[in-house]
Design a protein around this ligand. Structure first.
Ligand SMILES: [Zn+2]
Length: 267
């Protein structure tokens, strides 16, 4: 078990390093091949200065050639991907013993995918963190990320899950619901990027968890927005990116969505 968790952390850090590349290059429409360069001085970064988490601290948080500070975002993303991946792997081991999560989306997937759930979790973690950080930074959810995520989830669905039609329907239902809000608010309350992301997230979650996910996203978005307005961080008319809430909530609902659904049902 310790070996599994160690391997998971290590793989998560390496993939986190890749997510940093995606976060930098995708919004700039740069190719994903080629060696990493320092964004300040454009010096090539050698492999020994590109070891996840470790290099950042060994270099004293500075670029070796221009000595400019390296953003804390890089190690944070690496650690974040590793931790998110580790939690999914650890949660799966509880699927047969914990009534708290045993009917949640993660266990529905784990029950069908078995060993294949490992690469599956890795891929969706990469998508989650990429969408989260790019939307926070650039206020956009990229189409290619949402559609590729959707395609991967559908491929796994068709290969492994007999209930695939219901699950795909919940993706389209979520996207339609957010599209309605987009139309009613004339795009102010909800961007089309959020709508396309819902196709990916809704299909991942299935029903009724997709509904819980949308509810929870609106709730947390409204609460955080209200706190920011009260503390004077943003104006009443300004918009905050909704994507980070959608991503954080899809992650939570993926693991404990069934429990939350029961909780909501009681109200
Ligand atoms: Zn530099």
């Amino acid at each position: 078990m310790l070996l599994l968790y160690g391997l998971t952390l290590l793989l998560g850090l390496v993939l986190g390093s890749f997510v940093n590349v995606l976060i930098w290059r995708l919004p700039r429409k740069m190719s994903l091949g080629g060696r990493s360069i320092c964004p300040e001085c454009r010096a090539k970064i050698f492999w020994y200065d590109n070891i996840p988490l470790i290099s950042y601290f060994l270099l004293g948080r500075k670029c070796r050639s221009c000595m400019k500070k390296i953003s804390w975002r890089y190690p944070a993303v690496e650690a974040g991907v590793a931790l998110a991946f580790l939690i999914l792997v650890a949660a799966s081991t509880k699927c047969f013993t914990s009534t708290f999560i045993d009917s949640s989306p993660i266990c529905e997937w784990f029950g069908s995918l078995w060993v294949f759930s490992y690469p599956y979790y890795l891929v969706i973690t990469v998508f989650f963190v990429t969408v989260f950080v790019i939307d926070l930074k650039d206020r956009i959810i990229l189409d290619q990320v949402s559609f590729l995520g959707f395609a991967i989830v559908v491929a796994f669905l068709l290969l492994f899950r007999p209930d695939f039609y219901e699950v795909i329907l919940s993706g389209f239902a979520s996207a339609s619901f957010l599209l309605l809000i987009n139309l009613f608010t004339k795009g102010r309350g909800m961007g089309l990027g959020d709508v396309k992301f819902a196709l990916f997230a809704g299909t991942l979650l299935g029903w009724p968890e997709a509904l819980v996910w949308m509810f929870l996203s609106f709730l947390t978005g409204a609460i955080v927005g209200l706190i920011l307005v009260i503390r004077g961080k943003v104006g009443l008319k300004s918009q905050i990116a909704f994507g980070p809430f959608l991503v954080a909530c899809v992650y939570i609902v993926f693991i404990i969505g069934h429990y939350l659904a029961k909780l909501l049902y009681k109200f």
